[in-house]
Design a protein around this ligand. Structure first.
Ligand SMILES: C[S@@+](CC[C@H](N)C(=O)[O-])C[C@H]1O[C@@H](n2cnc3c(N)ncnc32)[C@H](O)[C@@H]1O
Length: 324
């Protein structure tokens, strides 16, 4: 990012001290709040508004190890694009040239879609997954990427035309507060789309994680990942057989955790890679707090929305709204 991008997003509150640049791109340096309150290092072209190590380290490990796995451009299939457009119900033409905020971008599979549609995108993640996103997407459009915490976003309120946040709220210590924290960055008349894991009281294969998480969240993430890289390729054929048995799959499948995408149009190699990655994702994440439809409905009402919808989407509950 160059100096003008910093100024565009952060306003004039910060001094920018540059210690290394490549052309106009600032590679290393420091942002200093003009009132002297805060210093933010810029490392590897990314400003770091949070400690480099934090509760989302497992995600940093995951997204840097599986940097491209879920990117449509890598797979050559519109898996993420389909999820994005189907769930947000936005159209490419309406986000073109608009100011968008993406909270919790991981390796940037959705970043790629929004940049591809011509959005002016500010995107961040709490973990060093931002390094993966930088490698994947920095060259693909108008992107202001930073390492930051959604509970302390360094922008003015009501700054964005669109706010997008998928797969993130449940992985924070307080999904409801997290929703309010990102929602307040949206302009009146702007659109927000979030999704969050669904708490519905039913027994389902993916809920096997809750049996194991009390143990797996205490294991060193490197060791857990090593184990899954060995275990998943061996277990996947058995898991697929179980998940093809009607009714029983919900119960048998709910014992051994395995994120099995047997129903998707992926090669065997991709199925294994996605299964290792997403099984690690759900077993290692420090927080996993699913929500009910009524919870999400209440969040929108509490923010004064009248034009919104809450429905079962591709990966849990989706909430879409237009800010009053
Ligand atoms: C399951 S990943 C989803 C990533 C991406 N949205 C996707 O769907 O590919 C959840 C992400 O939320 C990020 N996250 C968790 N807490 C956060 C916070 N307080 N602020 C910003 N990002 C956070 C994690 O670091 C992680 O990359």
């Amino acid at each position: 990012m160059d100096k003008s991008q910093y100024e565009k997003y952060l306003g004039d509150r910060w001094h920018i001290n540059i210690s290394k640049n490549e052309g106009v791109r600032i590679v290393d340096g420091q942002l200093v709040l003009k009132n002297g309150d805060k210093k933010v290092p810029i490392v590897n072209s990314i400003p770091r508004f949070v400690e480099r190590e934090n509760y989302a380290d497992n995600f940093g490990l995951q997204w840097n190890k599986f940097r491209s796995t879920q990117l449509d451009s890598y797979m050559g299939k519109p898996v993420t694009a389909d999820r994005f457009w189907k769930n947000t119900k936005w159209a490419p033409a309406e986000i073109k040239g608009k100011a968008m905020l993406e909270a919790g971008s991981g390796a940037g599979r959705f970043t790629e879609i929004m940049l591809g549609a011509g959005a002016k995108l500010a995107s961040f993640d709490y973990s060093n997954a931002v390094e993966a996103n930088f490698k994947n997407n920095a060259h693909k459009g108008d992107l202001f990427l930073f390492q930051g915490d959604l509970f302390d976003i360094p922008f003015d309120d009501k700054q964005f035309d669109f706010v997008f946040c998928y797969g993130v709220l449940q992985h924070t210590p307080d999904p409801e507060k997290a929703f309010y924290a990102i929602e307040k960055k949206l302009k009146p008349g702007g659109k927000i789309s979030i999704d969050v894991y669904h708490k519905d009281g039913k027994i389902r294969p993916w809920k096997s994680k809750y049996i194991w998480r009390p143990i797996t969240t205490k294991i060193d993430p490197q060791k857990l990942l090593k184990f899954l890289k060995y275990f998943i390729p061996v277990w996947l054929p058995f898991d697929t057989a179980i998940k093809l048995i009607p009714v029983l799959r919900n119960y048998l499948g709910a014992v051994i955790p395995c994120w099995n995408y047997f129903y998707m149009d992926l090669s065997l190699k991709e199925k294994v890679e996605w299964a290792v990655m997403d099984t690690f994702d759900v077993l290692a994440a420090k927080y996993d707090i699913p929500m009910t439809m009524a919870d999400v409905d209440r969040w929108f009402k509490n923010c004064g929305y009248t034009n919104y919808e809450v429905f079962e989407g591709s990966n849990g509950i989706v909430g879409n709204g237009i800010k009053p």
